[in-house]
Design a protein around this ligand. Sequence first.
Ligand code: SF4
Length: 78
Amino acid sequence: MGDIEKLKIIVDRDECIGDGLCAEEAPKTFEIDDDEKAVVLNNSTDDRECILDAGKCCPVDAIIIEDKATGKKLCPEE
Ligand code: SF4
């Protein structure tokens, strides 16, 4: 397994504009579904940096990532 088990990842589908940038950055973690919105693939093997880079590249801050162990919000950056 990748680092996804240690991260809580939520896509705010109301905010997502479906441009696919996250899926390009971390294709094992994010996928664009039939509604043209991003979904999280929970069996991702992408590493932590890759997942965080994908979250940070979202132009509308629709990807929220927290560290499960610490509860620290990693994305979007405040
Ligand atoms: S980068 Fe953001 S807006 Fe683009 S598809 Fe991913 S979640 Fe949606």
